[in-house]
Design a protein around this ligand. Sequence first.
Ligand code: 4NP
Length: 159
Amino acid sequence: MTASILFVCLGNICRSPTAEAVFQSRLKAVGLANQIQVDSAGTGDWHVGAAPDTRAQAAGLARGYDLSHLRARQVSQEDFFQHRWIIAMDQNNLRDLIQLAPAVHTAQLNLLLDYSSLSLVDKNVPDPYYGKIADFDRMLDLIEDACQGLLVHIHREII
Ligand code: 4NP
């Protein structure tokens, strides 16, 4: 059976599409791309149908991640049944997901930075939308590191 993971942020144009591309790349690198599907969505609907923010695309491409084919969509009720893991970029996203979730569902909801190797007090991937280019690089640093820990966690759960 193919397991599935969904990354969630607010707009689905900066953080979660970046996490989707990074995690997909990690899966390919370890030969698990056929076993785990990756997707992303936003809790908000402002950018539905839009490509990732051009700054997120540029920051990703500089590290070898192509985000250009991704399009924003909003989290749906089906997501809570279709995905085994739903991974929120920050605590607001997680709170919103918990409120949106059907009373009975099958997804495990977690924060991405729970899988970080860094000693972080703040478990939020900061929203870079109103920030500078350096904020997009910091976002990538946090996402790349935590995706490694998340991969180890998921690998343990599927074997
Ligand atoms: P994201 O960033 O949640 O990482 O995609 C944002 C993008 C757009 C907005 C907020 C956050 N916005 O308010 O339009």
